[in-house]
Design a binder for this molecule. Structure first.
Ligand code: DX5
Ligand code: ZN
Length: 216
């Protein structure tokens, strides 16, 4: 069964703790927390203090997606704030092992993300090392964008590798996912589905999360 990780970027930031509690009560497995620095992506969102508030508001794993340059400067703060998974972008580093060790040294699980125009070969060798590989199905920066099918072949390749190598790495997809297209990524072998606007824009959190899970 897929894990459903609502992206709080699409939540009402004026009621963030309440929204987090509601979506968890509606069946969310994780909370996906989008961190943006206005440099790696053309948007600014939130920092460790908001992660801390979410950690106090719910008990589900916090899946922190760092869309930032120089993540090494902030990993400790996000881990201490309660991040369970910390995912960095392959595009911002030539020392992924160093970032992974830094994340793990602070007690979080290490993930790597790739943009739609980044080749899967840049991360597929990490399938036995990473706790999570995040395949972006939109260009990062904003919620509410259209799903990009280029993610499907990447997920299928990773899923095949995972089976052949007996890897426990979780495969995650993020961007433009909704109850109508989620079966595409489930059939491609994804383990964790991120959805923001499809859930928070639906007015029916249990129904939308249930529909996504039922597509499996
Ligand atoms: C985009 C973020 C995604 C986004 C998902 O930069 O990484 O997590 O919030 O939102 P939807 O599901 O609306 O595309
Ligand atoms: Zn994200």
């Amino acid at each position: 069964m897929p894990l459903i990780a609502p992206s709080i970027l699409a939540a009402d930031f004026g009621r963030l703790a309440e929204e987090a509690r509601n979506v968890v009560a509606a069946g969310a497995d994780w909370l996906h927390v989008d961190v943006m620095d206005g440099h790696f992506v053309p948007n600014l969102t939130l920092g460790p203090d908001i992660v801390g508030a979410l950690d106090r508001a719910t008990d589900v794993p916090l899946d922190v997606h760092l869309m930032i340059e120089e993540p090494e400067k902030y990993i400790e703060a996000f881990a201490k704030a309660g991040a369970d998974y910390i995912t960095v972008h392959q595009e911002v580093t030539d020392d992924l092992e160093g970032l992974f060790q830094l994340i793990e040294s602070h007690g979080a699980k290490a993930g790597v993300a790739i943009n739609p125009d980044t080749q899967i070969e840049t991360v597929s060798p990490w399938i036995d090392r990473a706790a999570l590989i995040l395949v972006m199905s939109v260009f990062p920066g904003f919620g509410g964008q259209k799903f990009m099918p280029v993610a499907l072949d990447k997920l299928r390749l990773l899923s095949g590798l995972k089976k052949r190598q007996g890897s426990s790495c979780l495969l995650e997809v993020d961007g433009g996912i909704n109850p109508e297209n989620v079966k595409l990524v489930l059939d491609a072998g994804v383990d964790v589905v991120v959805a923001g606007s499809a859930i928070f824009g639906s007015g029916d959190y249990p129904g939308t999360i249930g529909a996504m899970r039922a597509a499996a």
